[in-house]
Design a protein around this ligand. Sequence first.
Ligand code: NAI
Ligand code: MG
Length: 354
Amino acid sequence: RSYKIAVIPGDGIGNEVMPEGIRALEQAASLFGFTVEQKWHDFAHCDYYLKHGRMMPEDWKDQIGQPDALFFGAVGWPAKVPDHISLWQSLLLFRREYDQYVNLRPVRLMPGVPCPLAGRKPGDIDFWIVRENTEGEYSSVGGTMFPGTDREVVIQETVMTRVGVDRVLRYAFELANSRPHRHLTSATKSNGIAVTMPYWDARVEAMAKHYPDVRWDKYHIDILTAQFVLNPDRFDVVVGSNLFGDILSDLGPACTGTIGIAPSGNINPDRTGPSLFEPVHGSAPDIAGQGIANPVGQIWSAAMMLQHLGEVEAAAAIVTAIERTLAEPALRTRDLKGNADTATCGKAIADAMG
Ligand code: NAI
Ligand code: MG
């Protein structure tokens, strides 16, 4: 087996954690008998913008070609380029162009990571958040009337399509069906948002009929955020619209500790284009260049990428190696109160794989 990976480190600590993600990937390849063909891309970072006036070359799609996946670091450097330009002209373009309609994030309490919630130990919290990534509340339908006057009116519509809602729900139910607890929770607000959210609920109910083994429930988003903090142990797979999923997918990882370890996938389950895997964190200008960034988010993203490519055992081996390494205080980075540098932590994880 051989996989083509487009590697895009981006800005700041993206350049420091990416080599550790690659190290884990290469170790997994040699242990599990597949090869990884890497093509590194020197665009989608702010220095590229300063030189060329845009984040990516006009023919970026041709340059990327048809990889099996994109492996991304982080983009953004507000002192050089405003965030709305740097992110919209790179990451958000990938999501749209490659129809990555699922944003997937694990919420899992790891050893060695102080949990902000009292009394939880590793193993207690272990679930996935599935966010709709292409429509919903983040639409461009709307506008401003009578701007700057007393009659000013601002409108932005939520767009839900049957295809768009059903495809993300199908993904979430499939994921729930593949897990031991077979439990799905849907985020809604049909008591307040009286058209789109009842529609979402109805599609959940219709989809659930195809998955008789999956137990499912729904919570209004307000009480659901409270439940994330009070009873995170009760969730298995949580699915939400673009806005609700966005909120939950920051809250979930925050409930299990540091931003330095959280991974994510922007996934096109139909495989009409490549999916993109990246740590949740950004370029961290405050610590960039010091070699102290936590590489776990990038390495865990490599595991998610391998899972997506069908290398299930290799993916599990990386996650186990992360857990073993984080259990050792001396191998943790500064954000976890250790003093290991990025490479020391990354090497330890690769070594722990065998
Ligand atoms: P950030 O995630 O870069 O940093 C927030 C805080 O967490 C900082 O104190 C940073 O030092 C710390 N941190 C982040 N990752 C860490 C790691 N691996 N190890 C140790 N500490 C870590 O968020 P911030 O500062 O709001 O954004 C900086 C830039 O990154 C902005 O341009 C922003 O737009 C961009 N960004 C890009 C994302 C992406 O590429 N997907 C996601 C989030 C932000
Ligand atoms: Mg967010």
